[in-house]
Each structure stands twice: as C-alpha cells, then as structure tokens.
Design a binder for this molecule. Structure first.
Ligand code: FES
Ligand SMILES: [Fe+2]
Length: 354
C-alpha cells in the first residue's frame, strides 16, 4: 500500500499509451462504428482500497485520500463533473471485482438528469429507486453511458479493487458548458490512423500555442471540475418520478425524544421501509419481525428510508453498504454501528422502545 501513489502513476502512464488502440478496437468490434470517434486522452486508473484500511491510514493519504481514487463516489451523472453528456464509460476490471467493492448503477434514473449540490453531490433528499451491482472477472468490462446515475460501492471487502476506465464519445464530445476536459478528447478514426494522428497533431499544436499565449498574457487556465450553478438550474426536477417515502403515522407519541412511538402494524407490510420521524425508520422483515433503526447511514448519512432490505440488512442507497438490522453492524469495522431500537408488536399495534 505504501507504493500505491507510485504504482498509480505508473499505471496511468501505461494505460495512457494503450488507451487509443484499445478504444479503436472497442469502437470497431463492440459498437461496430466505422466513423471517427473521440476518446479521453487520460483514462482513469482506480485503486479502491478496503474502507477500513483507508480509515486506519487516512493521514498517510493526504490529498490522495480525498480525490475519489480511494474513497467511493456517491451517486452521480458524469456531467456533474463537466464530462461530455454523450460520453460512454468503459470500466475494465484488471483484478476481480466483487459485490462489496464494485460499481452501482441506478437503472430507473436513466434518461433523467437529477439535480446536484454545488459540490456535485446528490441531494440528501433525493430518492432514486433500485441499484444493480456486478461481479467481474479480470478482463471483463462494464460499458455504460456516463449519464446513467452511478456510484462506487464502499469497499467492504478485504481486497483492493483495481479497474481502468476509458471515456469516449461516438460523435463530437458535447459539454453542458466550458469544461477543463474540452481539450482532453482526442480525435480517432477506426480505419484511418494517419488522418487521426495528423488531426491530433494539429490540435496539439493549437493547444500548446493557446497555452503559451495565455501564459504570456498571465491568464490562468479555467480549472473547475464541477458544473456551474447556471448549468445546474437547467437540470430536471425528477422528484415526481422518485417521490419521497411517505412517513408512517404514529398514533401516540409517548416521549419527547421519539423513542417510544406506537403505530398501526397493518401499515407496514413485509419488505417495506417507512420513515417514522426525522431520525428513525421502521421496516418489516421477511420473518414478519418489525425493526426500528436510525434513518441516517453511519458512512455519509444517506437517508436509509430510500434503501432496500436484503437478508436482514438495510442496504444504503448511496454506496450499497449492508447494515444488520439485528445489531446495526456492517462489514466495515471502522464505521459506528447503526442505532437499532427495540419493537414490541402486540395484535395490531407496534411499540418502539428505547
Ligand atoms: S454507505 Fe455511504 S452513505 Fe451509506
Ligand atoms: Fe462517474
């Protein structure tokens, strides 16, 4: 792990060299396109370490820790980070990708661009339906549109996940606004490499010239990797497609700290999760048991009312972390357990106790 920054740099250099040829093969063989296309000059190399190791050695990572390489990305569209709106991701497993250290895709959001915060994050009250995950063998690739809402799983396994991701567009890259990536997309021709190289050479010269002129004039390159407020205002309000979960009505509120609540048990069928207050959710598991738990994920406080149930766990909608509804634990030891409250069901009433 000590060598990770060095390994990462080397991997970037290697991948950059092979990316154009690899992209050409993909465009020809997978997309069967004979027309010119564009691909990102600097593909991403992603080492995703087990979360507990990252936390233990957080101070050693410094800036590296925070730049999304070792930390999981939350749900996002790539255009939130000024990537082209027509980009395709080719996410290639170099090592094995397991459930617990892979990628999440939210298929129901496809075709909609959700609003984001000024830091390019999903809104805390945004709901967006179910998640799909994948297991990949080395050499397998996931190909998905950059505007598909996607995120990384928090790495709850003991293995470092290693993938390379290429971005390409099958037509000219289209950006929502000025972007630092504008010059990063290189023209390619699947059948005419000479033409592609000449075009790129000319583009490279004009890029260098522009940089020289700008530095002579003392101008700074515009470096911003998050979409502007102006562009954000044009995003869809998709809240009607993904309505907020309806809070469960409580019949009696016995204590002010909301730890003793009573509700009608018929309002909670098997497999459902309902918020019951600002800080608490309830759910009914397959075995009919009713559980009450803290509404906010101990990782980055995603609203678990938008999660789903699996094998006695609540699955966090942002990074797919399973949290046990028996004792609140998760596979990531360094996270605090989720708070669980005791529920007592008697005929048609459920009482939650502290
Ligand atoms: S796993 Fe990241 S917020 Fe829940
Ligand atoms: Fe992305």
């Amino acid at each position: 792990m000590d060598e990770l920054p060095l390994i990462s740099d080397r991997a970037y250099e290697t991948v950059r060299l092979i990316a154009p040829e690899l992209s050409r093969v993909i465009v020809k063989e997978v997309f069967q396109q004979e027309k010119p296309f564009y691909c990102e000059e600097y593909p991403n190399v992603r080492f995703h370490l087990p979360y507990d190791i990252v936390v233990q050695r957080k101070s050693e990572f410094g800036k590296f820790y925070w730049n999304g390489k070792v930390t999981p990305h939350g749900p996002h569209h790539d255009s939130w980070y000024q990537c082209p709106i027509n980009c395709i991701n080719i996410w290639i497993a170099i090592g094995s990708v397991k459930i617990g250290n892979g990628l999440n895709i939210y298929p129901q959001v496809y075709g909609k661009r959700l609003p984001c915060t000024k830091d390019g994050k999903i809104l805390s009250n945004q709901y967006f339906s179910s998640i799909i995950n994948f297991e990949l063998k080395p050499g397998d690739a996931l190909i998905f549109h950059g505007e598909h809402l996607h995120s990384s799983e928090i790495n709850s396994t003991d293995a470092t996940r290693y993938v390379v991701s290429l971005r390409m567009t099958l037509e000219k890259p289209q950006f929502l606004e000025q972007s630092p990536y504008k010059d990063n997309y290189i023209y390619h021709h699947p059948n005419n490499e000479l033409k592609a190289r000449l075009t790129e050479l000319l583009k490279g010269i004009s890029r260098r010239l522009r940089k020289q002129i700008n530095s002579a004039l003392g101008k700074q390159e515009n470096q911003n990797y998050i979409i502007s407020e102006l562009a954000r205002e044009k995003f869809d309000d998709a809240s009607a497609n993904f309505p907020k979960p309806i809070p469960l009505k409580t019949g009696e509120k016995i204590s002010l700290d909301e730890t003793k609540l009573v509700f009608d048990s018929s309002d909670l069928p098997i497999g459902t999760i309902r918020p019951i207050s600002q800080k608490m959710c309830v759910a009914r598991l397959k075995n009919h048991q009713v559980v009450a738990f803290s509404r906010y994920c101990p990782h980055e406080e995603a609203d678990l009312a938008g999660g789903h149930l699996r094998d006695g766990c609540i699955i966090c909608p942002w990074h797919n972390l399973p949290l046990s509804l028996e004792n609140g634990s998760s596979p990531c030891q360094s996270l605090s357990p989720l708070t669980i409250w005791k529920c007592i069901e008697d005929s048609d009433k459920v009482e939650i106790q502290s």
